[in-house]
Design a protein around this ligand. Structure first.
Ligand code: COA
Length: 123
């Protein structure tokens, strides 16, 4: 993401949180309140620091900030990310529900709707 894209996301209400170790930023995750739901946006942990629980720690922290239903959108092809969210209590919603949710809560072009999935908290 470019600096300008980052600024634009922040202007649109995405609140970014970071995970630091020894003064270095090694993970980020955003949270965005949209209408009656909370979206988890832009999860990213530095390659060398993955699979050590940092993404899970950030996700648990962000989930505690919200009392609304939480949704996550990611790419259909991102098996690793889907597994990550499933491990943390999310489930993939049906194709029809996904299309409805992406149109309602995200501002993305039709082409990206086709290549995306949505996960919702199991509860
Ligand atoms: C998704 C991401 C944020 C997870 O962060 P993390 O710190 O590695 O996650 P945790 O260590 O808390 O959890 C690891 C779990 O995630 C899943 N996972 C993470 N990387 C994976 C990979 N390369 N392949 C398969 N599963 C993976 C597994 O379920 C793993 O559980 P396990 O340890 O029982 O196998 C991180 O992999 C990442 O930054 N990926 C690139 C960016 C991305 O895809 N972001 C999500 C799009 S919204």
């Amino acid at each position: 993401m470019t600096k300008e894209e980052l600024r634009s996301e922040i202007r649109d209400g995405v609140e970014f949180w970071g995970y630091e170790a020894e003064g270095e930023l090694i993970g980020v995750m955003g949270i965005q309140q949209v209408q009656d739901v909370t979206l988890i946006r832009h999860a990213y942990v530095r390659t060398a620091n993955r699979n050590r629980g940092i993404g899970g720690t950030l996700l648990s922290f962000l989930r505690r900030q919200s009392t609304r239903p939480i949704l996550v959108g990611t790419w259909k092809a991102a098996d690793w990310a889907i597994k990550f969210y499933e491990k943390h209590g999310f489930r993939l919603v049906s194709a029809a529900e996904k299309d409805r949710l992406l149109r309602r809560y995200w501002s993305i072009p039709p082409r990206q709707i086709e290549t995306s999935v949505v996960l919702a908290e199991r509860k």
